[in-house]
Design a protein around this ligand. Structure first.
Ligand SMILES: NC(=O)c1ccc[n+]([C@@H]2O[C@H](COP(=O)([O-])OP(=O)(O)OC[C@H]3O[C@@H](n4cnc5c(N)ncnc54)[C@H](O)[C@@H]3O)[C@@H](O)[C@H]2O)c1
Ligand SMILES: [Zn+2]
Length: 346
């Protein structure tokens, strides 16, 4: 990745952000944060980016349930009352909820104003803030309303991760595992050796994940084909995430995806030629980090999956692995294999 060509920068230093801010003359600057990023990330940002000191800070409540139309409308109202113009700058400072919601608000207010993403969770740094998808949930459906819209600048600083709870770090790490599995065996070899007690390695790891995601997204920006490989682990993972939402012990997104990766790696053994040996490596690594899947109802999880839009000819469609570092998409899988892979998790 060439930081000079893409509006994206990954660094422990604030220089690139400051350069971007001084090169864009804006009337007003708005920073969207939730209560956690207000407490932990706003101070670090303002201390290091002098040009943001007069910015208006908008605080929202954290959590997926806030990624909704009513908050979107409040934010549009706020911008209108503040007379924000097309020459205003909007900054998303937070996890994927903030970058999805804030990106959508900025992209639709007055047909779109400039916005910057400053992702502060590992998941948002390697996934949500990259790839131009913005949006909100609607009528119970995730990401039902939204637009593809590129941030003017994405500034990724691993220092923000210092205050992120370990559970959230591990949730984001599942997407890193996915990136390695679908695209890069060397990267896989590097991440299985990672020492989680050291924060120094994050910059390198994040950079490789962002490179992988960008190369896939750039080849297929609107998800007509190749981009679907990014769904590896997500057909089963999303269904598990949805099922566990109705329990007392919901999974974080990445925790559910990690189990989904095991199930879909098993489907890959049966359907796309992943070797049993590689499957076992994948399974052992995931279990060592996330532990065994909690108990769930196989029939209900299958039903959730079947409501998923990836059905074709009555069969579920998956993105699967042919080996570690190589993936395919639009694989039709017999239902009995899916059921078997779900039972396998239990
Ligand atoms: N647009 C995309 O391509 C894309 C891709 C993947 C996920 N997503 C979306 O991302 C969202 C999930 O994102 P997430 O996992 O980042 O969740 P999140 O935004 O809810 O953040 C998780 C928690 O961490 C807190 N937090 C954030 N940064 C912190 C920091 N530095 N220190 C301490 N606490 C901090 C937040 O307040 C929140 O409580 C979902 O809505 C999902 O749909 C979008
Ligand atoms: Zn995901």
């Amino acid at each position: 990745m060439n930081d000079n060509q893409l509006p994206i920068s990954i660094s422990k230093y604030f220089d690139s952000l400051n350069e971007f801010l001084s090169s864009t003359k804006k009337d007003n600057i708005f920073i969207l944060a939730d209560e956690n990023t207000l407490a932990y990330c706003v101070p670090l940002l303002l201390k290091n980016a002098e040009l943001l000191q007069g910015a208006e800070i908008i605080e929202t409540e954290s959590g997926e349930h806030n990624k909704n139309l009513s908050l979107t409308q409040n934010l549009w109202e706020y911008l209108t009352r503040k007379k924000a113009s097309r020459n205003s700058l909007w900054i998303n400072l937070g996890g994927g909820v903030i970058t999805d919601l804030g990106g959508f608000v900025a992209s639709t207010y007055k047909r779109g104003i400039s916005f910057i993403n400053i992702p502060t969770t590992l998941l948002a740094q390697v996934d949500a803030s990259v790839g131009d998808k913005t949006g909100i949930d609607f009528l119970g459906y995730k990401n039902q309303i939204g637009v593809f819209s590129q941030a003017d600048f994405t500034y990724i600083n691993p220092l923000f991760l210092n205050t992120l709870p370990k559970r959230q770090i591990l949730s984001g790490f599942a997407e890193i595992i996915k990136h390695a599995l679908i695209a890069d065996k060397h990267y896989w070899n590097a991440i299985v050796e990672l020492d989680f007690s050291s924060f120094d390695m994050w910059e390198k790891i994040i950079r490789r994940s962002v490179e992988i995601k960008l190369s896939i997204v750039n080849a297929d920006p609107y998800e007509q084909g190749l981009r679907k490989v990014l769904n590896f682990g997500h057909t089963v993972g999303h269904a598990l995430e949805t099922w566990f939402l109705n329990t007392n012990t919901p999974y974080l997104h990445g925790e559910a995806i990690a189990q989904g990766i095991i199930a879909e790696a098993l489907l890959s053994v049966k359907n796309t030629g992943l070797s049993l040996e590689e499957f076992e490596l994948i399974q052992a690594f995931i279990l060592s980090i996330y532990g065994k899947c909690r108990r769930f109802d196989v029939v209900e999880v299958l039903e959730i999956m079947q409501q998923d839009k990836k059905m074709k000819h009555g069969k579920l469609q998956f993105s699967l692995l042919s080996k570690i570092g190589e993936s395919t998409f639009d694989c039709e899988v017999p239902t009995e294999d899916v059921v078997e892979s779900l039972h396998y998790l239990l």
